[in-house]
Design a protein around this ligand. Structure first.
Ligand SMILES: Cc1cc2nc3c(=O)[nH]c(=O)nc-3n(C[C@H](O)[C@H](O)[C@H](O)COP(=O)(O)O)c2cc1C
Length: 446
C-alpha cells in the first residue's frame, strides 16, 4: 500500500430509512420518506459534505419479506431517483445496480450513459447477475443456471461497453455554420451478437466528462463472478465479516484482474459496514435496541450456537457467567462468531451483544466516532479494503453524525481526502480512463 493512498467512502442508499429495521418508526423520521426524493437528495448532500465518492443503490425489484411491519428495502427506482439526486448535488457519484440477467443491454447502456452525461460524469453501473426467484417472477422468467447467467453477463457487459463507445469521442461536430451536427462516420453500428443478447447500435449519446460510466460488480467470490470482476470491474462491492476474509477475497479479486492482464490497483475492493454513531457505546446500543424492530428478539436464540454454549432466555439480560465465558468458543461455521465472542467477553449481556450488530449483514460499529475511525483504519491498513460502503442506522441523522464525528478523525489521520480529487466518479475513485470496450480484454481497437 502506498503511503499517500486514501480510503474511499460510499453510502448504501437502501430505502431512505436506515440499516435498522425499525428506523421507519423513529419519531424524527417521516414514515413516507420512501417516496420523498427531497429526502434522498438531503441524505446525498450530507454524504457529499463528507466527501463520499459515491452512493450505492442495491436493486431487488420485488416486494420481499414482511412488509406489514418493515419497509420495502429498495428505492422505488434507483436510476430515476438518482437522476433527481444528480440535480441536487455536484461531486458525489452514483453506483447503481443494474441486472445483467433481466435487463436488455441496450436499455442498460442508454439509461446509465444518460445518467452519466446529465450528472457530468458521475455514474457507475454495478453489473450483477440476479439469482432471486421472486425478481425473476416479476419478469415472467425463471432463474437459469449459473453458467448461463454468467455467460449472459459477459455478453451484456461487452455490448453495453461497445454501445458506450459507439459514439466516438469527436463525433459531435455541432457546427451551425457548416450545417454539420454529427460526423456519421464516427457514429457506427457495433453489430454485436452473443448467444443470449445482441445489439446493432450505435447509441445516440455522446461521451460524458468521464467518458462512460464506471463498472462495478458485487457478490460472493465464485470463479464465475471473479471472471467478471477481473475483466471489467473498477469496483467490487463486498459483504465480508472479518479482516482475514476480506484480505483473502480482495486478493482473489486482484488476482483475477492480474489474470485478465490488468493492474490490480484498477479494481477497488469495497466491503460494507453498518454504523451507529453515538457519544457512548451504551447510548448507541440503546438507540439500536429502540429501533431494531423485532430482529433482536429473533436473533437472540442464535447467539448460544455461535458461541458453543447454552444461553437460557431468562438470562438474555445478564452478562455471561464466568463458566459460560470459559467454555465459549467461536463457531467455525459462522465467520461472525469470533467478533460475537469478543463482544461477549467485554461483559455485555446477550441482548447487548446482539445490539452490537454481531449477526448483521456487515460488520457493525456502535459508539463514538473514534471507534468507527479505528475500525476503518485497521481494515484499510491491513490490506482488507480500498474503501467501504457504509449504511447508517437511520439516514435522517446517522449520516450527518458520521460526517461530523468520523470523517474529521480520518482526515486528521491523513487516510481520507479533505476534498474531492475531481468532479467525476472516475477521478474520485482514482481509476483509469476507459472509453468503449477495454482492448486488453476484448482485443477491440480503441
Ligand atoms: C454486497 C452484495 C450486493 C449485492 N447487490 C445485489 C443487488 O443489488 N441486486 C441483485 O440482484 N443482486 C445483488 N447481489 C447478489 C449477487 O449479484 C449474486 O446474484 C448473488 O451473490 C448470487 O450469486 P451467483 O449469481 O454467483 O450464484 C449482491 C451481492 C452482494 C454480496
Amino acid at each position: 500500500m502506498t503511503a499517500n493512498k486514501k480510503l474511499i467512502l460510499g453510502m448504501g442508499m437502501i430505502d431512505g430509512y436506515g440499516g435498522l429495521h425499525g428506523a421507519w418508526r423513529a419519531p424524527h423520521v417521516d414514515p413516507a420518506i420512501y417516496t420523498d426524493v427531497d429526502a434522498t437528495v438531503r441524505h446525498a448532500r450530507a454524504a457529499e459534505r463528507g466527501k463520499f465518492a459515491f452512493l450505492f443503490t442495491p436493486d431487488f425489484p420485488a416486494v420481499r419479506g414482511d412488509v406489514e411491519q418493515n419497509p420495502i428495502s429498495n428505492l422505488m427506482d434507483p436510476l430515476i431517483e438518482l437522476t433527481a439526486v444528480a440535480r441536487g448535488t455536484t461531486n458525489i457519484g452514483f453506483v447503481a445496480t443494474g441486472s445483467t440477467t433481466f435487463q436488455e443491454p441496450f436499455n442498460t447502456a442508454r439509461q446509465f450513459k444518460a445518467l452519466d452525461v446529465l450528472s457530468h460524469g458521475r455514474a457507475g453501473w454495478n453489473a450483477v447477475t440476479t439469482s432471486s426467484p421472486i425478481v425473476a417472477a416479476n419478469y415472467g422468467r425463471q432463474i437459469a443456471d449459473r453458467g448461463e447467467r454468467y455467460q449472459r453477463a459477459h455478453e451484456v457487459i461487452q455490448i453495453v461497453q461497445g454501445l458506450w463507445g459507439s459514439w466516438q469521442k469527436d463525433a459531435w461536430i455541432k457546427d451551425q455554420a457548416a450545417n454539420r451536427f454529427i460526423d456519421p462516420a464516427k457514429l457506427q453500428p457495433i453489430n454485436m451478437q452473443g448467444q443470449y443478447v445482441a445489439s446493432r447500435g450505435p447509441l445516440g449519446i455522446p461521451p460524458s466528462e468521464q467518458g462512460q460510466p464506471v463498472v462495478f460488480t458485487s457478490g460472493g467470490p465464485s470463479p464465475h463472478l471473479l471472471s467478471i470482476a477481473g475483466r471489467y470491474a473498477s469496483g467490487f462491492i463486498a459483504e465480508v465479516w472479518t479482516i482475514e476474509e476480506a484480505r483473502a477475497q480482495r486478493e482473489l479479486v486482484r488476482n483475477a484482474a492480474r489474470d485478465a492482464g490488468r493492474d490490480p490497483d484498477e479494481v477497488k475492493y469495497i466491503p460494507g459496514i453498518m454504523t451507529t454513531v453515538a457519544p457512548t457505546v451504551r447510548e448507541g446500543l440503546d438507540r439500536r435496541l429502540k429501533y431494531s424492530g423485532d430482529v433482536i428478539d429473533a436473533r437472540l436464540p442464535h447467539l448460544g450456537p455461535m458461541l458453543g454454549i447454552e444461553i437460557h432466555p431468562d438470562r438474555f439480560d445478564e452478562p455471561l457467567t464466568p463458566q459460560q465465558l470459559a467454555s465459549a468458543h467461536a463457531s467455525p461455521r459462522d465467520p461472525r462468531s469470533a467478533n460475537a465472542l469478543a463482544v461477549a467477553r467485554q461483559g455485555w449481556s446477550p441482548r447487548d451483544v446482539i445490539a452490537h450488530g454481531v449477526i448483521d449483514f456487515h460488520p457493525t460499529v456502535v459508539g463514538p466516532g473514534k471507534l468507527h475511525a479505528d475500525h476503518l483504519q485497521e481494515w484499510f491498513e491491513a490490506g482488507a479494503a480500498d474503501g467501504f460502503w457504509m449504511t447508517p442506522d437511520i439516514y435522517e441523522d446517522g449520516i450527518d453524525d458520521f460526517v461530523d464525528e468520523v470523517v474529521p478523525i480520518l482526515q486528521e489521520r491523513g487516510i481520507y481526502p479533505t476534498d474531492y480529487a475531481g468532479s467525476t466518479l472516475r477521478e474520485n475513485l482514482c481509476v483509469p480512463e476507459q472509453y468503449g470496450l477495454d482492448p486488453r480484454i476484448t482485443g477491440a481497437e480503441d
